[in-house]
Design a binder for this molecule. Structure first.
Ligand code: NAD
Length: 469
């Protein structure tokens, strides 16, 4: 039996052992991620392995609930019985980055598989062994040829799109995302784009500065700052910005360069960090940190001062341990400064007033916003849909939305009873038929399914007395 012809319950049952496998191999997987990507082992364990275990468990439990068929009643046709099905696209291509080399591809591969698709995964050329590990974990749980791991660089990714999969799920930079979307448009095939961000953390005047400063220190530097959802911009109320920056500076200095801080993935990425730091210095901004450390690491950087809003650290994705800060006077100004970018992935609000925090959070143009927590943590919860708006891409992975994204929707419209009268909208058209539909319009305008249903049944009886063509 092919994978797609199994029921969603059967597919979930087949993939059920994955969570335990991941847990049994937890130490090996964390070590592999550490070796290949460079991030601290403890970070690999907390942010990729634990989250993958939870993801596998949640996805297998939820897939039958989310992807099963549902029935819909039609007020205009109560004699019909409609089922809505989620059908797999067929062949899904997942293209992944190197920065979260286990959890990102695994979450997208798993959602596509549970929906009944065949999957090709092209991991980043910088983390091929993590991609192979996903193949090994899943191989014997699936029929042959259901999951393929294809290694290679961007040219290989482009050729895989040329081969015309039925859907592409891409995670990576905005520049590559544009090329991927253009290539998908040529066929066309369905595409999800999970792109970059220059995410902001907003600190209101009533915030707990101890908590907020720790959140900035961690949120801007975990994974060496190489996360789409890193805190790259800090917006602080002018009345507390000085003491807040002093605390952040002190905490950034205490981050262990070899124990806590991940290295730049390669020289090119280190080059971007250098450029952003040099640009801030040339503009005469206050820059702390930025010293180059052993093993492609950089001491975490804090940029602030008059003119910060024009700096590259503020306007471009650094994808490094760099945070730039600006003051604001009101929530409205904070919102405007937050939204004045092409990106919209995550944002965080720190405040002692939860109602005001929720109001500000809800008004921001970002896919996920957290109050008194770094919004990057949203990514670790498989229950929550993940994705951005504007330049950060579109579509969702994770959550029910991420599962549904791997399916196309089919409506199957059936007769409720064996013998169907000819419907009232068939020919011939005449005044009597028109009047009958006019009274149906008036019945449908009033709330209440029953009233509309009765009117539609009456119409069907009435018109079917007159022979239809
Ligand atoms: P990248 O765009 O350089 O590469 C991503 C993947 O695309 C790699 O596998 C690469 O080989 C492939 N690729 C490159 N050119 C291609 C082409 N023409 N056609 C098809 N595939 C091609 O990104 P990266 O450096 O690996 O990752 C960093 C970027 O990813 C950052 O911008 C970061 O913000 C973003 N990111 C976003 C999310 C998210 O969920 N929104 C998560 C992680 C990373």
């Amino acid at each position: 039996m092919s994978w797609s012809s199994l029921s969603v319950e059967q597919r979930a049952a087949a993939l059920e052992p994955l969570a335990m496998r991941l847990a049994d191999r937890a130490e090996d997987l964390a070590e592999l991620i550490h070796q290949e990507n460079g991030k601290p082992r403890s970070e690999a364990m907390s942010m990729e392995v634990v989250t993958s275990v939870r993801l596998a468990r949640w996805c297998c439990a939820q897939a039958p609930v989310v992807l099963g068929p549902r029935s819909v009643r039609l007020p205009m046709a109560p004699h019909r019985r409609v089922r809505i099905h989620r059908r797999p696209y067929g062949h899904v291509l997942v293209i992944s980055p190197w920065n979260i080399p286990l959890y990102i591809p695994l979450s997208q591969v798993l959602a596509a598989l549970l929906a009944g698709n065949r999957v090709t995964l092209k991991p980043s050329e910088l983390t091929p062994r993590c991609g192979d590990a996903i193949g090994e974990l899943l191989a014997d749980l699936l029929p042959p040829d259901t999951l393929r791991i294809v290694q290679g660089d961007g040219a290989v990714g482009a050729s895989l799109i040329e081969a015309r999969p039925d859907r592409v799920c891409f995670t990576g930079s905005v520049g590559t995302g544009r090329k991927v979307m253009a290539a998908c448009a040529a066929h066309p095939v369905h595409v999800t784009l999970e792109l970059g961000g220059i995410d902001a953390l907003i600190v209101r005047a009533d915030a707990d500065l101890e908590l907020a400063s720790s959140a900035v220190a961690w949120g801007a530097t975990f994974n060496g700052g190489q996360a789409c959802c890193s805190v790259e911009r800090l917006l602080a109320h002018s009345s507390i910005i000085e003491p807040l920056l002093a605390r952040i500076e002190a905490k950034l200095r205490r981050i262990g360069p070899s124990t806590d801080l991940g290295p730049a993935i390669d020289q090119r990425q280190l080059g971007v960090w250098r450029t952003h730091v040099a640009d801030a210095r040339e503009r005469g901004l206050q820059v702390t940190g930025g010293e180059e450390l052993e093993g492609r690491r950089m001491a975490p950087v804090l940029v602030h001062g008059v003119g910060t809003e024009a700096s590259r650290a503020w306007t471009e994705e650094s994808f490094g341990p760099i945070v730039a800060a600006l003051p604001f006077e009101s929530d409205e100004q904070a919102r405007a400064l937050h939204d004045a970018t092409d990106f919209g992935l995550t944002a965080s609000v720190f405040t002692g007033d939860l109602a005001a925090g929720e109001a500000l959070a809800s008004s921001l143009r970002a896919g996920s916003v957290a109050v008194n927590e770094v919004a990057a943590t949203v990514y670790g919860h498989p229950e929550l849909p993940w994705g951005g708006v504007d330049g950060s891409g579109f579509g969702r992975s994770h959550g029910q939305e991420g599962m549904v994204e791997n399916t196309w929707t089919q409506v199957v419209d059936l007769p409720r009873m064996g013998v169907e009268p000819k419907p009232p909208w068939y020919y011939p058209y005449d005044d009597e038929q028109e009047r009958a539909f006019a009274s149906l319009s008036r019945a449908l305008a009033r709330p209440g399914f029953r009233r509309a249903g009765r009117a539609a049944t009456a119409l069907a009886r009435f018109v079917s007395r007159r022979p239809r063509l």
